[in-house]
Design a binder for this molecule. Structure first.
Ligand code: CUA
Length: 157
């Protein structure tokens, strides 16, 4: 079979680029541990036994430092647990959230907190509440008939 010289050059060039990209991707993923971009990390959890697994067997707010809190939360159809929390002004809150059923959202309007809550994964996001007020946490992933009722409140005072 006759392959034109230019065609041969392009085939070699194309194959070399493909190989190069795969090597770069492989090094990034396996040697450097790169993952998709985002401000939060997550780890896996069995969604079937979430409610018996620490720390999700006791959702709630715990103080972990000087005006620093950990908020362990569950998202479910159609709400969040706990359904209200209160922190002082200036509090830094580390949200640790998972879902007991389907994919939900976790968005606090007027802040940059906005992430997905996926069953089987634990999402962690940190936010400092500098202004006093009532902050609404809303679900922004359609999750069923009462999706728009899904909310919780964080009172900062
Ligand atoms: Cu949960 Cu929409």
């Amino acid at each position: 079979m006759h392959i034109h010289r230019f065609e041969k050059i392009w085939l070699i060039f194309g194959s070399a680029m493909l190989a190069l990209f795969l090597v770069v991707l492989g090094i990034g993923t396996f040697a450097m541990g790169m993952t998709t971009p985002g401000s939060h990390q997550h780890y896996s959890i069995d969604p079937e036994t979430v409610m018996d697994t620490e720390p999700f067997n006791e959702p709630g707010l715990r103080q972990v430092g000087d005006n620093e809190y950990e908020a362990v939360m569950l998202a479910f159809a159609f709400g969040y647990s706990p359904n209200q929390m209160e922190v002082p002004v200036g509090a830094t809150v580390h949200f640790i959230v998972t879902s007991t059923d389907v994919v939900h959202g976790f968005a606090i309007p007027k802040t940059n907190v906005n992430f997905m809550v996926v069953p089987g994964e634990v999402s962690t996001v940190t936010h400092t509440f500098k202004e006093p007020g009532e902050y609404l946490v809303l679900c922004n992933e359609y999750c069923g008939i009462a999706h728009e009722m899904m909310k919780t409140t964080i009172i900062v005072k």
